[in-house]
Write a protein that binds this ligand. Structure first.
Ligand code: GZL
Length: 327
């Protein structure tokens, strides 16, 4: 009985709060508008700020949350899984309405996701997948198909080098889905081209600085043998271009350079002739993330994988497209 009085009181306060607000702005008759819906509280655990792509993704998700008047609790993990787990634990304690997670690596999520499941909090994965034995631990993954990105990169390179090249690969963060799968897709296609060989392959952690550092080491040891560079993201590719330029190795002409993401810096490098191609991996997920959360909260079934479509850009079309790029 008492709860009914409490509910009635809350409703009255809600309406009167709402109606007093409305009185100020709306004509009479609208004063008894329904009480404002409770503001959705979303916890967003982001990998970090390691690349221009990452920054664009963060901007899209935070910007869309603000536009929709959501209460977004943002946690930047500086690339550390322990910090992401800590953030998720805190979101669960705060009883957020949903969790958005960009998982830095594929494994090690069972315990904290089990806690989210027991707290009945839906988990939306964005941009990177995870490996779990129980797929009910997350609601859906919104991401690109990284294996397909690797295949597209290799097929393009095979045509560019007529099926023959010594390739040097800059891998993304060790254990991260995009690093594992972009390598997997690239190598799958290379099986068709016996004269295209990955001579050296090393992680540069998706950052420009490490991309330059690793490329400098490749140049020091292998110099002119380097005929092509495959970087798992544009930031590492741009770092490699800097190293090749400083060594006078003419990137984009004597050494073919190709990467993934499609950030503005990559288009500028293609227009200047230093980068040959990039496979777009669209980071502008904000609207899709919150539309998906709305569907989940409305009880709608959503697919386990919502794929962002990608396309490859090269020097020939970079100049016409660069003005239309949103990130
Ligand atoms: C891809 C994303 C990758 C980008 C990198 O969805 O996880 O991480 O390709 C970023 O630029 O660091």
């Amino acid at each position: 009985m008492r709860w009914m009085i409490a509910v009635a009181l809350v409703a009255l306060v809600g309406c009167s709060k709402q109606s007093s607000d409305n009185k100020a702005s709306a004509p009479s008759g609208e004063a008894n508008a329904p009480a404002a819906a409770k503001k959705l509280v979303i916890g967003f655990s982001q990998v970090g700020a390691e690349s221009a792509w990452r920054t664009a993704e963060t901007k899209s998700i935070r910007g869309e949350a603000e536009k929709r008047g959501l209460d977004l609790k943002f946690a930047d993990a500086q690339g550390k899984q322990a910090q992401q787990i800590q953030a998720l634990t805190s979101f669960i304690a705060q009883k957020v309405d949903a969790i958005v997670l960009a998982p830095v690596v594929e494994t090690g999520w069972e315990t904290v996701l089990q806690q989210a499941k027991e707290a009945n909090i839906p988990v939306i994965l964005v941009d990177r997948g995870i490996k779990v034995s129980d797929e009910s631990l997350y609601t859906t993954l919104i991401a690109s198909d990284f294996v397909e990105e690797g295949r597209m990169a290799a097929e393009w390179l095979a045509k560019k080098v007529n099926g023959k090249a010594n390739i040097y690969e800059l891998q993304g963060t060790t254990g991260a889905a995009p690093a594992i799968d972009r390598k997997k897709g690239f190598e799958e296609i290379l099986q068709k081209y016996p004269d295209m060989k990955i001579i050296k392959s090393q992680s540069a952690d998706f950052t420009r600085a490490k991309g330059k550092e690793v490329m400098e080491a490749f140049i020091k040891s292998d110099g002119k043998q380097i005929q092509a560079v495959y970087a798992h993201n544009d930031d590492m590719g741009l770092g490699a271009i800097q190293a090749l330029d400083e060594a006078g190795m003419n990137p984009g002409k004597d050494v073919t350079v190709l990467s993934v993401d499609g950030v503005k810096g990559a288009f500028e490098a293609m227009v200047s002739g230093k980068l040959n191609a990039t496979v777009e991996c669209n980071p502008l997920m904000g609207p899709l993330v919150f539309d998906t959360i709305n569907k989940v909260r409305a009880g709608e079934k959503v697919p386990k994988f919502i794929q962002n479509k990608d396309q490859l850009f090269e020097q020939t079309n970079a100049a016409q497209v660069i003005g239309t790029r949103e990130y």
